[in-house]
Design a protein around this ligand. Structure first.
Ligand code: BGP
Length: 471
């Protein structure tokens, strides 16, 4: 029997505004970069919102949040991760005054969560930069974004200081190197961006993130503010020393971001990388001091691991969320080609904890799959998603192992606890939820919610604080 989960462990689920809220132009909301990318990162950017963009309606969380939160409460959620859509609060990003109706919406959501004793975990920027900041300033390449972000975080920290304790600054901040438009609102096409441009933009985000930590702690010293990293361990494809070094290098591409957030300064290994790639980060006086405001905890998403090889012929990129990598011959993949590796979660938890000795929070993990809605013997519509139950069970068993190893884990929120529109491909066919939403890629569907088999399974896991998991 699994006993490792500590008392007060934060069990829950995760979403992002642009993937579930819909109401993309209601109550004063401005457009976000997501509103003109109907096919996700793999498709074209359009010049204005088009009807085939599933995110414009999402799953209508904006109007149905009460019903959804009630279902989360029925599962026993202790925490619910959501993001604030920056463009609901500052429609153009650079506005002087916030949009009151946008602020009110999140007040309502937080109040609803409070009714059930569910702790909100709020991502401040989850792939949804206001479009005007992308078009008029070229997103985070422009240092001015730091000031706009500061205004935004001051506004929400002040407004919600008694309602929200846990905050995350930028979702998967390391993904900006790979998806600069979606992740950092950079309008210039990726192919035209140099490494200099990208790392300079990243410097701006990193300063903004540390500034948020500083401001947050001034506004409410009780705040717990974390960074959010796309977690993806790189294993050497073979024991060849050059493969091991390659894995180390690839890991550092991501660790760079966690290192700065957790240690408060640029890691030394980047000096060489910057020199060899002609990168010179332009810093302003005071930047180094701001970076010293380190996070209270490290959060990360975890879906898969990849391999690294020094052999160019074997360096064939497999599928993966935003990063991908060389497939591991020992692992099986999901229907979308993401390699499933529960033990990798134990590994990365230990790895992060050894490196930083800061509490960790797994804020995304889950299986995107095609679900079939059926009618059971009692006439209820449901999904027999045993594959999802197995995926989550196996990962949680490894979380328990990591806790047993001594790792401090604050909580676990499964990605897309209710079906929502996917980030990378903007489809609804790829479902993650415990709750099925009747909406389809052709736009049809009633938006009704149905409980899947995994709904009852997760409820039991939470009620037993993990003891019902199967080793
Ligand atoms: C992460 C993002 C999420 C989310 C998830 C699953 O990279 O932070 O927003 O969507 O991946 O990815 P997808 O939706 O592409 O299946």
């Amino acid at each position: 029997m699994i006993k490792s989960f500590p008392k007060g462990f934060l069990w829950g689920g995760a979403t992002a505004a642009n993937q579930c809220e819909g109401a993309y132009n209601e109550d004063g909301k401005g457009l976000s970069i997501q509103d003109i990318m109907p096919k996700g990162i793999k498709g074209p950017i359009t010049d204005k919102p088009t009807e085939d963009n599933m995110k414009l309606i999402g799953i209508d969380f904006y109007h149905r949040y009460k019903e959804d939160i009630k279902l989360f409460a029925e599962m026993g959620f202790k925490v619910f991760r959501l993001s604030i859509a920056w463009s609901r609060i500052f429609p153009n990003g650079d506005d002087k005054e916030p949009n009151e109706k946008g602020l009110q919406f999140y007040d309502n959501v937080f109040d609803e969560l409070a009714k059930y004793g569910i702790e909100p975990l709020v991502t401040i920027s989850h792939y949804e930069t206001p479009l005007a900041l992308a078009k008029n300033y070229n997103g985070w390449t422009n240092r001015k974004l730091i000031g706009f972000f500061e205004n935004y975080v001051r506004t929400i920290f002040t407004r919600y200081k008694d309602k929200v304790k846990y905050w995350l600054t930028f979702n998967e901040i390391n993904s900006a190197l790979h998806a600069p438009y979606m992740s950092a609102g950079i309008w210039t096409p990726k192919e035209q961006l140099s490494k200099q441009d990208l790392y300079q933009a990243m410097h701006h985000e990193l300063v903004a993130s540390a500034l948020a930590v500083k401001i947050g702690h001034e506004i409410n010293p009780e705040f717990k503010i974390g960074c959010m990293i796309l977690g993806i361990p790189n294993y050497p494809l073979t024991p060849k020393p050059s493969d091991v070094l390659k894995a180390m290098e690839q890991d550092r591409e991501n660790l760079f971001f966690a290192d700065i957030h957790a240690r408060g300064e640029y890691p030394k290994y980047m000096n060489r990388y910057f020199k060899e790639n002609n990168i010179e980060i332009k810093m302003e006086p005071g930047d180094k001091e701001i970076l010293k405001h380190t996070v209270d905890f490290i959060s990360f998403s975890y879906y898969l691991s990849v391999c690294a090889t020094s052999d160019p012929e074997k360096n064939i990129k497999g599928e993966g969320n935003l990063l991908g990598g060389v497939p591991n011959p020992y692992l099986k993949a999901s229907e979308w080609g993401w390699q499933i590796d529960p033990e990798g979660l134990r590994y990365i938890l230990n790895f992060f904890y050894d490196r930083y000795q800061k509490p960790l929070f797994i804020v995304e993990n889950g299986l995107g799959a095609v679900d079939e809605l059926i009618t059971d013997e009692n006439g209820n519509k449901t999904v027999n998603d045993d594959y999802r139950i197995k995926y989550l069970n196996d990962h949680l068993v490894q979380v328990a192992e990591a806790i047993e190893d001594g790792v401090e884990v604050l909580g676990y929120t499964t990605w897309g606890c209710i079906d929502l529109v996917s980030a990378s491909t903007a489809e609804l066919k790829k479902r993650y939820g415990f709750i099925y939403v009747d909406r389809h890629d052709d736009g049809s569907g009633t938006l009704e919610r149905y409980k899947k088999k995994s709904f009852y399974w997760y409820k039991e896991v939470i009620a037993t604080n993990g003891a019902s998991l199967k080793k």
